[in-house]
Design a protein around this ligand. Sequence first.
Ligand code: HEC
Length: 161
Amino acid sequence: MTIRPADFKPFPAGNDWQVERDKMKNVCRACHSDGWINDFYEGFDKAVQEYNDVYFKPAKAKIDELYDKGLLDKTKYFDEHLELQFYELWHHEGRRARMGTMMMAPDYAWWHGFYECKARYNVIMEEAEHLIKTGEKAYIYPNYPNATGDTTKPEKIFGKQ
Ligand code: HEC
């Protein structure tokens, strides 16, 4: 889910997003009126909210249901098709939808973004429903090329754990 930087637990930002946004708005003020600027940010916040509420939350709830029912395996991430689809929803077309909106790139926001989120969302739901209906467990990839599965946090960034 896309959240404010201060709420991002692994690397919580030590600042206030509202203060930072106001600094950015001041840059915009060199050329635009407040109405124009606020309208842009309102639209951007709505796009992020839309991604979170319409795509992320229901897909996450479905994936969690599969974990609870033992149809998806929680031991390792990325070794099942649905885990990968869920990641792509956020990081592939979902990221393009959000960044495309912020960077005022309608083609990315829509065709490479929300439009593809819809397709991915339905792939996730269809596959999940199939597993629930049949009680079949998801296929586990025996090998994900060049992935070690090691999730140790790098000491350089996180210090001694
Ligand atoms: C140096 C002047 C300048 C600054 C600074 C600036 N803009 Fe603009 N902006 C423009 C101009 C000029 C256009 C019209 C470009 C065009 O129509 O080709 C524009 C267009 C836009 C548009 C319309 C885009 C579209 O697709 O129609 C939006 C929204 C916008 N700016 C928002 C912002 C925001 C938000 C900021 C600050 C983060 C900002 N601008 C900073 C000059 C500026």
